[in-house]
Write a protein that binds this ligand. Structure first.
Ligand code: G3I
Ligand code: 9MR
Length: 602
């Protein structure tokens, strides 16, 4: 059947000329909110339509293929109000369109005709996963980023970090203030160029747990990083690419352990660099104060790494023994120093130079003890570590400063270690999910288990609220086999990829309306600009950056729209390693379900 409404302007532009609306074109009045990257054929598929009033009649929706033929026709839902903003929206469910292809979805809302691109493919999350992982290659400190691995984003290395000063706050008899140590490598944390152990430890935890959950998938995934090719061939690799990338950071982390077993909180310049290239940076770099939180996150990450890399001794001789020893020594240091907190204002009263970069401060470390003890037990099976875990945390989403859920998930995935405990924690997690699933179906105008409450929006919520929920759903799917959990993991991803209140695809380089101006020094200072594959922080009504020059939020904007795609907006538009790891843990987990292991490279 030929579509009879073709003369409408955008439809023509897109369909007749075959232009796909990708790139950084801004569409401020986008009225159809949809996953802009793609759906798999059998997936639930919905889009959210703006309407002008709560009384609006259900819109007519038509979907046409690239030849202009109508392939689907139907009606949107009745109007619902967004529980956060009160704005009227309708949802169209076209799940029964299940043939792969590129389409245009056209909505007649009785006042105007609006449309959007729609893609259905067998592997919608494959390239997204690859790019989200490759983002870490771009974040590598102390080395040149070179072709063919740079894929267009070549740059000179900076921050050799072979001349790092021991800050007064970290001085010991063995390493007095000003001692020079060498700690090269690792990933830049975020939009800034510093390296923070708390956040690195959390990132490694999520990273390696994602590997454990999807081993066959990651074992064959090729990232085109320098370690991908050994003696001219990728088939000579002795370790999966994603573990090779992680090793770049793990090696740096190992160097952050002091001789007494304690671990420096961070390696940093005293105050943030400007928006310049890494090779232009010249501020001195310090290791600052050992803390209990950093030392425990380090212990957990190293213990987990020692377990995960055990089969790859040939690729990294001696690493497992080194990581095991480092983890044990770190844990012992934390036991002897159980309450050394990072308090930057207090530190600056006592020592100089003053340090004003990211704090990653955390004054509750029982969860870090729980996680470290858990990972040490899983590695060593030494029952003293098992006895030391503190299973008393109420259910909470994991974030850099609250890691008890990482431990919970380990126990859930290893029920043979303590079946009763695993069952209790799993039941609690599933109970919370029931609320979110109910919200997705009843309250949400985006068919999303996330984003239906003002409190869902804060610094980093795209990762900590939305992607993390998706990851939890993937665990739930793995534990129970129930399809509803996979569906809700996909719904979380739909939200990130455009079916949300701003209509942005929150991943750089993807979708028709991507985040284009992240708070990211590497992107800003590079001639090619924004690097692809980065998840931005997301709407944040606390606007901690509102005082910074150039950050002006529109007045009275609802919480779920409090997002600025502007480079200065670090509170809503920065990128970080701990957020990107949740992005790929979610997309990889979903992509792995789309293919057999042997196909993961295809
Ligand atoms: O977690 C709570 C949440 O439960 C609550 O509902 C919500 C509303 O009250 O607040 C949430 O807390 C926020 C927290 O981020 C979430 O993790 C805090 O308000 C917010 O201040 C905090 O911001 C942190 C920010 O540094 C400022 O300290 C971010 O997590 C953290 O990612 C960010 O880290 C910075 C580094 O310091 C420097 N490098 C860049 C990096 C990313 O911006
Ligand atoms: O660029 C910094 C970013 O990485 C941090 O997350 C953020 C909060 O600590 O701070 C940014 O730096 C800003 C600083 O805090 C205030 N002056 C402007 C800086 C650059 O925008």
């Amino acid at each position: 059947m030929k579509h009879h409404r073709l003369p409408y302007p955008l439809v023509c532009a897109a369909v007749v000329t075959g232009i796909i609306l990708t790139g950084c074109s801004s569409q401020p009045n986008l009225q159809v909110r949809i996953n802009q990257v793609g759906f798999r054929p059998a997936q639930e598929k919905t889009a959210t339509i703006d309407v002008l009033s709560p009384e609006a009649e259900p819109c007519d929706v038509t979907i046409i293929n690239t030849a202009g033929d109508t392939v689907w026709q139907g009606c949107a839902s009745t109007t619902k109000l967004n529980p956060v903003s009160g704005k009227p929206r309708q949802i169209v469910d076209f799940s029964d369109l299940n043939e792969a292809g590129e389409y245009t979805l056209i909505v007649d809302n009785k006042i105007s005709i609006v449309n959007c691109q729609l893609s259905i493919t067998d592997r919608p999350y494959r390239e997204l996963t690859r790019k989200a992982l490759r983002a870490f290659y771009y974040q590598r400190a102390s080395m040149d980023i070179v072709e063919p691995y740079a894929e267009g984003y070549e740059r000179k290395g900076g921050h050799p970090d072979d001349h790092v000063l021991v800050h007064a706050s970290a001085a010991t008899d063995e390493r007095p203030e000003g001692t020079v140590i060498s700690c090269p490598g690792g990933w830049y944390d975020a939009g800034d160029y510093n390296k923070y152990i708390v956040n690195s430890g959390f990132t490694m935890g999520v990273w390696l747990m994602a590997y454990e959950l999807n081993k066959p998938y990651f074992d064959t995934l090729c990232l085109n990083i320098p370690e991908s090719i050994v003696n001219g061939k990728s088939s000579n690799r002795k370790c999966p690419d994603m573990l090779a990338e992680a090793m770049y950071n793990l090696r740096w982390m190992l160097m952050m352990q002091d001789t007494d077993g304690g671990v420096y909180h961070k390696l940093t310049e005293p105050d943030f660099e400007g928006f310049i290239r890494p090779d232009e940076c010249s501020k001195p770099r310090y290791v600052v104060m050992k803390t209990t939180a950093a030392t425990l996150d380090f212990a957990a990450a190293m213990a987990l790494a020692a377990r995960v890399y055990a089969p790859f001794e040939e690729a990294y001789p001696g690493f497992v023994a080194q990581a095991t020893e480092a983890a044990k020594r770190a844990y012992a240091w934390a036991q002897a120093n159980p309450a050394v907190y990072y308090d930057q204002p207090a530190l600056n009263e006592q020592f100089s130079p003053a340090i004003t970069t990211g704090a990653y401060d955390d004054f509750e470390v029982r969860d870090e003890f729980f996680w470290a003890a858990t990972e040490l037990y899983m590695l060593t099976k030494d029952r003293t570590y098992k006895a030391e875990r503190l299973p008393t945390f109420k259910y909470n989403h994991a974030v850099w400063g609250r890691v008890s859920q990482l431990a919970d998930l380990e126990w859930m995935m290893h029920p043979e270690e303590d079946g009763r405990f695993a069952m209790i924690r799993e039941a609690e997690m599933l109970a919370y999910m029931r609320y979110d699933i109910r919200d997705a179906e009843k309250k949400s105008v985006h068919r999303s288990p996330y984003g239906n409450d003002e409190r869902d929006f804060y610094w980093g919520c795209n990762s900590e609220g939305c992607c993390w929920r998706g990851i939890e759903f993937l665990y739930a799917y793995r534990l129970t086999g129930e399809e509803k959990y996979r569906i809700n993991a996909e719904r979380c991803l739909n939200y990130i990829l455009g079916q949300n209140a701003t209509g942005y695809c929150y991943v750089t380089g993807f979708g028709t309306k991507p985040a284009c101006h992240p708070h990211h020094r590497l992107s800003y200072s590079h001639p090619k600009g924004t690097h692809p594959g980065f998840l931005v922080g997301g709407p944040n009504p606390m606007k901690q950056d509102a005082e910074t020059d150039g950050v002006r939020y529109p007045k009275d904007v609802p919480a779920d729209e409090c997002y600025l795609d502007r480079q200065p907006s670090y509170a809503s538009n920065e990128v970080t390693i701990n957020w990107n790891v949740t992005l790929f843990a979610l997309t990889a987990g979903l992509d792995a379900l789309c293919c057999t292991p042997a196909e993961s490279e295809r």
